[in-house]
Design a protein around this ligand. Structure first.
Ligand code: HEC
Ligand code: HEC
Length: 324
């Protein structure tokens, strides 16, 4: 996958009557398309038997796994406190469990978001923003985004309350390794993320971050300890650190003022350290594009106004490399 941009025409409705077409160039690496082949067989051969993940005594057959949704397979019960019903099981038939996507620990995955350690106030505010159409995303056709919006519309306030308390109490963790490099494995998009092409091969990184699970099987089995690598361009960590910690001679605003001295969040302002660079990039891009509004987003306006796409890439590479 070498193309770094794709053109998307978003039709925004401004006011009651005006229709305006906004052409947005999406950084594809943060907005993977729905599935771009690769040399992996579309359906992996069915091995029948039991499935395991490292460090877990839980056994599930492939069939059990396939029939599991909307609940989440709990491979590591010792990693988290007991989950409320909405986090563990969702609500049959249409509401998927929060943990199915965000995982029982709230560690999240690159196509969604880590939730652990966000405050209940912030989580509730975001559910409302999704529900009110204030977080359509720069690619409103992206599957994971539309799925989150559907959940936000279907859940009750009591369910949101329980989920928010649960994830706020979870300890932020990351299984991400950030590596600066000029050369990356060839990748293809699958399940809302990029994965290493099993056919092998490498290519220049270009202006991209390539965030991939080290083992695709563990990602697909929703193992909460799935390790990831984010390959980032050489020099991006230092450039990102400069922007984040100095504002880059007025190009942006000091993040720590609002996000806390170690970027681990302050009151209802979310933490940034150690989060998925793909997720963080989508947010900066959406905030700049007006595809994320509502909540307290007005406070982010000056921060993103003058940032280029390269600046944002450097910033999220640096943020992802910090301890959560
Ligand atoms: C089908 C998958 C899916 C399910 C189920 C799901 N989410 Fe999400 N959620 C997402 C995706 C995808 C995003 C990220 C959207 C983006 O990239 O901007 C997200 C983002 C969020 C965010 C924003 C995080 C932030 O830092 O701003 C919150 C809060 C959230 N979800 C809470 C929940 C809660 C609570 C539940 C259960 C009631 C839930 N989600 C269920 C997919 C899901
Ligand atoms: C004046 C305060 C302020 C400053 C300065 C600021 N932010 Fe924010 N930021 C916020 C607030 C408030 C939110 C939550 C917006 C909402 O309610 O949706 C936010 C949200 C974000 C998000 C989305 C996080 C998520 O969980 O979805 C990212 C990414 C982000 N900021 C990055 C940055 C970076 C990088 C900098 C510095 C270059 C920065 N911010 C500086 C106030 C600030």
């Amino acid at each position: 996958m070498t193309v770094s941009c794709r053109l998307l025409t978003v039709v925004a409705i401004l006011g009651a009557t005006t229709m305006v077409a906004i052409a947005a160039y999406l950084p594809v690496w943060a907005f993977p398309p729905a599935g771009s082949g690769g040399s992996r067989p579309a359906t992996a051969p069915d091995e029948g038997g039991a499935k395991h993940v490292p460090g877990s005594t839980v056994t599930l057959t492939r069939k059990q796994l396939a029939a599991h949704g909307p609940a989440v397979p709990d491979w590591h019960p010792e990693d988290h406190p007991p989950m409320p019903e909405i986090v563990a099981k969702g609500r049959e038939p249409q509401v998927f469990a929060c943990g199915y996507c965000h995982l029982p620990t709230g560690a999240g995955r690159p196509e969604n978001a880590s939730l652990a350690g966000l405050t209940p106030g912030y989580i509730k505010m975001q559910l409302l923003a999704f529900r009110k159409g204030e977080r359509p995303g720069s690619d409103p056709t992206r599957g994971p985004q539309t799925a989150m919006i559907a959940v936000a519309k279907a859940v009750t306030d009591a369910e949101v309350e329980q989920a928010a308390e649960y994830f706020a109490g979870a300890k932020p963790v990351t299984f991400l390794k950030v590596i600066e490099t000029g050369t990356v494995p060839k990748t293809y998009s699958v399940g809302g993320i990029f994965a290493k092409d099993p056919g092998g091969g490498t290519e220049p990184i270009g202006s991209r971050i390539v965030e991939v699970p080290e083992e695709l099987d563990r990602f697909e089995q929703r193992d909460g300890r799935t390790p990831y690598i984010a390959y980032v361009p050489v020099g991006s960590l230092q450039r990102g650190e400069r922007l984040v910690t100095t504002g880059g001679d007025g190009r942006t605003v000091l993040c720590a003022t609002c996000h806390g001295p170690d970027l681990r969040g302050l009151a209802d302002i979310p933490r940034l350290a150690g989060r998925s660079p793909s997720y963080l990039m989508r947010q900066l891009f959406d905030l700049k594009n007006g595809a994320r509004t509502g909540g307290a987003t007005v406070l982010m306006k000056a921060t993103v106004a003058n940032l280029s796409e390269e600046d944002m890439l450097d910033i999220v590479a640096y943020l992802a490399s910090r301890q959560p």
